[in-house]
Design a protein around this ligand. Sequence first.
Ligand code: SF4
Length: 452
Amino acid sequence: MKQQKRMLRVLAENRGFNPKVLKTLGKRLKVGIIDADLLDHGTRHPNLALEKIAGYCKSLGHEVRLICDYNELDIQLPFFPDSCDYDVLCLAQVFKFTKRPKEIDFLIKNHFIFYGGTGFLAEFDDDVKQLPNLPHEVEHHQPDYTLYDEYIQKQTGGDPKLIKRRFDDYVSYSIGFTTRGCIRQCAFCVNRELKKVVPWSPVSEFMDPKRPRIYLWDDNIMAAPAKVFKKVMEDLQATGKPFQFRQGMDIRLMTEEKAKLFAGVKYYGDYIFAFDHYRKDDAHEWKQVEQTIRGLEIWKKYVTKETKLYVLVAFDGLDYQDIEGAFWRIKILMEYGCLPYIMRFEDYKKSQYKILYTQLARWCNQPSFFKKMSFRQFCIRNEEYHQGIQQPIKNGKFSSRLKFPKGFTPKPTFCACYRAMIEFEEEHPEIAKKYYDLRFEDLKDTFKNRKL
Ligand code: SF4
């Protein structure tokens, strides 16, 4: 126990993950790993930093375990660390909205625990610069992809279908950064440390040959120097495994060469880019729009596979112009045969159009709806469901009018979706007229006739 207390006191002097401590104590340590996002609300992705820490600790001979429930820790304040069963605790948090128990906050504030991750940036603004990155030897250690196995087993009982549905990202992929850094420095982005793109990890560093696919977290692969970009694509292709980049890629930097390279690789799933800008009253913003469209033009020459673009909303404003900016981008994407994916900046909750933003996301982010229905049809379909009626679909097309069968007494209130649509239409009929009835099927691949 004495050893343990000393250990924790040493750790207290080291903010962030410190490999020296783990190397020098000369004892097999019990390392507890906490994925705060997972324990609060579950996450789709494993935490790569924690997997690297686990891999590193195991390589030193330490015992590593993912904490599957905070209750396991049995933190009895103020007797911690005497009451703790672990020698070292490491916690990572990606999302700032993730909630932690107050006992864990006590451990963090008193540095009884290694902690890090982008989730802490907003919380300790003054400390941002002090939140350390993983040390080189940990950052470049092969991730321990078995870290979450016990948790997954507990959650699914080992049912392969459940595992596939809920934890595919945990079990089927090798994960890494082939490059890091970004030239853009967007105001809403946490990746602003490295102002240019540099090679980061060779694929062999993080690839597990037993895993069927690879995904990459590169901040902005499109901004990599041409030689680096080519090498990364060749290395990924050489693995023979399908791969995908998970961050919305920067289509403004598309070139003929990059599009050709992308067209020739074994890409898994949809290509995903970003379409963040729309404002015409700002020369810099408008330049971004022009570059996005130029990128789409090049892309469509070489790639026929499904392509999605993140459409950031509620960042440049929360008013009707932001809604119009979203519709305007959606229309352009329809013309290019691309699918929008609405990304709501968290401030959308403060907008008077909060519900409309949500309905836009529900419509666009479910391609089965988006490909078949205009926004108006989607809202009508929702209202029909709310009323318990279904209009017939004629020639594969949904009706654009809400009609009630004869003798039917409608409910006195509309559903939130339909109500948000008609309220906005009453306020801004000219915007509704322009966009509400556009259908992906009708506009798809008409971009040659499109005027900005
Ligand atoms: S382009 Fe992407 S990675 Fe780069 S700063 Fe902007 S949001 Fe972040």
